[in-house]
Design a binder for this molecule. Structure first.
Ligand code: ZN
Length: 491
């Protein structure tokens, strides 16, 4: 009897091992095979100088003072017109809202749907107190050690200038796009995009424009960041998470601290916040995260490949690992972050009010309503009042991977960065592209910057810079992408 049970178990185990092995080694690569393309002649040093020349133009956007910095944006517009004369002679330029730019490059085939490339003109300021940590002056536009340094090189003048360089080259070579190409360049992306990106999307909608696809800034080419993957991975953002801040308040009778009640405003609010933090919203490897791992698993080696190829068996284990790191945890669930807590102002007075703020980043599939329902339940205290921040936004729709746009981007990445694999991904930050679901079902978020782990902090941070060699590849990428739109898409 025991022997039969043992034999049975052994058979089950062998079947399981066989199934895991088959799933691991027979799952085919999803990478698009591309033929090598002729190298494009780019004077990358001259291009780097043009980018560096824009860094001293301080196009910092502000939520509170929208008109405070318009002269800098005017300077940038004049600089662009001067540096890219053919583009400005060929494309129609419109200024939308205050200083947002919409360029139209009319296509030769009016029957095709237009496309849009996006990049924003504005940037974030230098965080006070961090100026000294820079190895260069962040606004000097210095070229040093093979990099263009300064605020805005990555976010997002690098993309904006690379797109213009590519178009200037294409015009020079006599290229005419089949599909109309829009360039969308917001002036307030860092502070919501409500004055720049959104009005441009609304303007296009009012003109009955429906975009075949849209490419905005977004996820990056990550090199050595994803465990188990030896090749760099270009992640193309299919969606971005929503934003949900809720303000909490709890009123109780104020009083003297010599005769405290059993539960104070501070105690009750703290207990509720502790319950909330201990009750995260459910997480799973599904949706875009599952698509991402599905595309990356066949490119991985060793145990990572086995684990990710067999999520039918390993999901709880893999999820447990991913949840340990804040960046991968954010791909699996709507995250909860306690950001403000405020109560009391004198050591011997019981405050009558305790306040707090909670910021959720909402996964596609959840909504502001479903998050608020979770919040109420998790707080477990009906006396806490909840107010929504007016700037909350729902998660974006999820763009498809079987569209011409995704294929065109994937193809251009594989042609321009032959060492790189491509996978879909989820943006956990917000970009102007979210406004473009008004005019397109296929909105993608990808910036062709090669980034190592230590480089990620340069975004909005100190020592922001782009390698000149990478900048040349970026120009090549946009050049190739636009050329691909005139050819039949790769299958
Ligand atoms: Zn940006």
């Amino acid at each position: 009897m025991l022997k039969r049970i043992f034999l049975g178990l052994l058979l089950v185990l062998m079947a399981l091992v066989a199934a895991v092995a088959v799933k691991t080694w027979r799952t085919p690569s999803q990478q698009l095979a591309v033929a090598p393309v002729p190298k494009i002649e780019i004077d990358v040093q001259a291009a780097a100088k043009r980018l560096a020349g824009a860094i001293p133009i301080r196009t910092v956007s502000s939520l509170d003072d929208p008109a405070g910095n318009l002269a800098e944006f005017d300077k940038l517009h004049a600089y662009l017109a001067q540096q890219f004369p053919k583009l400005h002679a060929t494309l129609k330029k419109e200024v939308v809202g205050q200083r947002a730019l919409l360029y139209t490059w009319t296509g030769t085939d009016p029957a095709t749907k237009p496309i849009a490339l996006m990049a924003h003109q504005d940037m974030v300021p230098i965080a006070p107190g961090t100026e000294k940590a820079w190895t260069v002056d962040p606004f000097a536009g210095e070229i040093k050690d093979g990099y263009v340094w300064g605020r805005g090189t990555l976010d997002n003048k690098g993309n904006l200038f690379a797109q213009m360089e590519a178009i200037e080259l294409l015009i020079t070579s006599g290229f005419k796009p089949r599909q109309t190409v829009y360039l969308v360049m917001g002036d307030d992306e860092e502070v919501s995009g409500l004055r720049g990106g959104l009005p441009i999307a609304e303007l296009l909608k009012s003109r009955n424009v429906r975009l075949d696809w849209v490419l905005d800034e977004g996820l990056l080419i990550l090199d050595g960041v994803l465990p188990g993957l030896s090749k760099p991975a270009a992640l193309i953002g299919l969606a971005e998470k929503g934003y949900g801040t809720f303000f909490l308040s709890l009123d109780t009778a104020p009083g003297h601290s010599s005769m405290p009640p059993q539960r104070s405003a501070i105690g009750s609010m703290s207990a509720a916040l502790a319950r909330l933090e201990a009750t995260p919203m459910p997480g799973a490897i599904q949706g875009v995260a599952a698509q991402m791992f599905g595309a990356l698993a066949p490119e991985m080696g060793g145990v990572n490949r086995v684990m990710l190829s067999n999520l039918w068996l390993t999901e709880p284990l893999v999820r447990g690992q991913l949840e340990k790191s804040p960046s991968s945890n954010a791909m699996l669930r709507t995250t909860t972050a306690l950001t403000i807590v405020r109560a009391g102002n004198k050591d011997n007075v019981l405050p009558g009010r305790a306040e707090a703020a909670v910021n959720f980043r909402i996964l596609p599939g959840d909504t502001i309503d479903s998050v608020e329902a979770h919040l109420r339940k998790a707080l477990g205290n009906d006396e806490i009042k909840i107010k929504r921040y007016p700037g909350n936004s729902e998660p974006s729709p999820v763009s498809p991977t079987d569209s011409t746009g995704y294929r065109a981007i994937q193809q251009a990445v594989r042609q321009s960065f032959p060492d790189v694999v491509v996978a879909p991904g989820l943006m956990t930050a917000a970009t102007d592209s979210r406004h473009f679901s008004l005019v397109s079902d296929a909105v993608y978020r990808f910036s062709p910057f090669r980034m190592k782990s230590e480089d990620l902090a340069r975004f909005h941070g100190t020592n922001e810079r782009v390698a000149i060699s990478n900048y040349g590849e970026m120009i090549g990428f946009y050049h190739q992408l636009l050329r691909n739109t005139n050819a039949a898409p790769a299958q």
